[in-house]
Design a binder for this molecule. Structure first.
Ligand SMILES: Nc1ncnc2c1ncn2[C@@H]1O[C@H](COP(=O)(O)OP(=O)(O)OP(=O)(O)O)[C@@H](O)[C@H]1O
Ligand SMILES: [Mg+2]
Length: 263
């Protein structure tokens, strides 16, 4: 058993072309992982880092829409060239398929697609690759944790009890797989009305409490703001289109923290 574990560790591969690989995860769907991954990548770029963005959601890729990318990546038959958008090197299964064609793949095919993305994409001179994970605790999370070197994972949650339940499962999975959890983000923490009052629509304080319970760092809150969704739908994330927006400032703060931790 122990030998097996040693062997597994030995078999781990770093993604070539980057110094660090950071995943954005949450066991729950729809909590804002892709929104966070894209905006954090842009914030890191804005403070001078060289960034790649790997959309690891094989069944529901978001990057083509969130970055408004319509082209196909070039290939030399062996490797794929990432598509450059907003000065970020991007890769997504969505670049290779039709927008409305569902991916009907079994687990082993997903695992092999993930490995291809990690090993056969010509990422160049990056400081960070930000990986946008699919929801759940499935094949993609396992492949990344066991076979690819991940330097850290940021866990996103919304404050509802039902989301937190899944987050706890996610934390336990990464702990078990010995992946470093950088911290937890409370996304859509509250809405500030025209009256200036804060409305905690999905509940209050749950993500911070969960972080404390599992002795993880609480990285902060991102409020609900309609501009976030609007900009995502337009294919120009808020940090790119409105760098002075209060939401963009939160992302810039987080990017600075990550940069100073790793570089
Ligand atoms: N802070 C926010 N304020 C307002 N809307 C937000 C915020 N964060 C995310 N959203 C919106 O919530 C929706 C879900 O976000 P997103 O697609 O990023 O979630 P996800 O966790 O990646 O979902 P999936 O699990 O399906 O991959 C999107 O419409 C997005 O614009
Ligand atoms: Mg997503």
């Amino acid at each position: 058993m122990k030998e097996n574990l040693h062997q597994k560790r030995f078999q781990k591969n770093p993604i070539k072309g980057t110094k660090f690989t950071i995943a954005i995860s949450s066991a729950k769907g729809g909590v804002g992982k892709s929104t966070f991954a894209t905006n954090l990548a842009i914030a890191l770029k804005q403070i001078g880092c060289k960034v790649g963005l790997l959309d690891a959601d094989i069944y529901g890729p978001s990057l083509p829409k969130l970055f408004s990318i319509k082209g196909k990546p070039e290939s030399d038959g062996q490797n794929l060239k990432p598509i450059l958008k907003y000065d970020i090197q991007c890769m997504s299964i969505g670049f290779l398929t039709d927008e409305q064609t569902p991916m009907i793949w079994r687990g082993p095919m997903v695992t092999s697609a993930i490995k291809t993305f990690a090993q056969k994409v010509l990422w160049r001179d990056l400081d960070f690759i930000i990986v946008d994970m699919p929801p759940g605790t499935g094949d993609t999370q396992l492949t990344f944790s066991q076979e690819i070197i991940m330097d850290g994972v940021i866990i996103i949650s919304t404050p509802q009890e039902i989301a937190l339940q899944d987050v706890k499962r996610g934390i336990k999975m990464f702990d078990k797989l010995k992946v470093n959890i950088i911290g937890l983000i409370d996304n859509m923490s509250h809405f500030t009305g025209d009256d200036g009052k804060k409305y905690p629509i999905f509940g209050e304080g749950g993500v911070k409490k969960t972080a404390e319970e599992f002795q993880k760092e609480f990285l902060g809150e991102i409020p609900i703001n309609p501009d976030v969704g609007k900009q995502g739908d337009m294919g120009v994330p808020i940090v790119e289109s409105k760098p002075d927006h209060e939401i963009s400032k939160i992302y810039l703060g987080l990017a600075k923290k990550i940069k100073s931790t790793y570089l």
